[in-house]
Design a protein around this ligand. Structure first.
Ligand SMILES: [Zn+2]
Length: 178
């Protein structure tokens, strides 16, 4: 009987030991994460001047050309500029067939591989800039990229909203060209 009790106790101790060993390991890991964080901060600070070395933002105006199976291209001043997007919303917008051959203004910078990375995209109509959004009237939800509404799954509508309207976008100024 004693033996059994002792064995049980030992078992309990083992669990305790394992637990405290795990706890110590977790604490060490937490300290390591903290130290890593502390060490990281100067690295981040040091990275900032490097970020300033990024190529300066550029503005390109031209015709958005989409060739099947290839990256979208901007035709500007007789040059073909291959386009990349800052995120997939922008890239999908550049690929949106409804915007093919439209005049656009692209803000971004050149990548080392020669592509122009688009950070912001405007369409141009009569010299006026419009930002593009994808809107679901049923749900009153606007999305950044083309596709179905996240809520009701119906196709969204491509809307172009004039930029620089005092007091924000003017609903009367929204144009639906596609
Ligand atoms: Zn919807």
């Amino acid at each position: 009987m004693d033996k059994v009790l002792r064995a049980r106790r030992r078992g309990a101790n083992d669990v305790q030991t394992t637990f405290s060993r795990r706890w110590r390991a977790a604490k060490a890991a937490a300290v390591a994460v903290c130290l890593w964080g502390v060490n990281l901060s100067p690295a981040l600070r040091a990275a900032k001047p490097g970020a300033a070395m990024q190529p300066a933002a550029q503005v390109l105006r031209g015709k958005l050309v989409q060739i099947r199976g290839a990256e979208p291209v901007l035709l500007t001043a007789g040059k073909h500029v291959m386009l990349a997007g800052m995120n997939h919303f922008i890239f999908q917008t550049l690929q949106d067939k409804r915007l093919a051959n439209d005049l656009v203004e692209l803000h971004g910078h050149e990548l080392p591989n020669g592509f122009f990375q688009v950070d912001r995209l405007y369409t141009l109509h009569h010299g006026r800039r419009y930002w593009v959004r994808y809107y679901c009237e049923t749900c009153n939800i606007a999305a950044l990229g083309p596709g179905r509404c996240v809520c009701c799954q119906h196709p969204t509508e491509l809307q172009e909203i004039p930029v620089g309207v005092p007091g924000g976008p003017d609903p009367q100024g929204v144009i639906i060209t596609h």
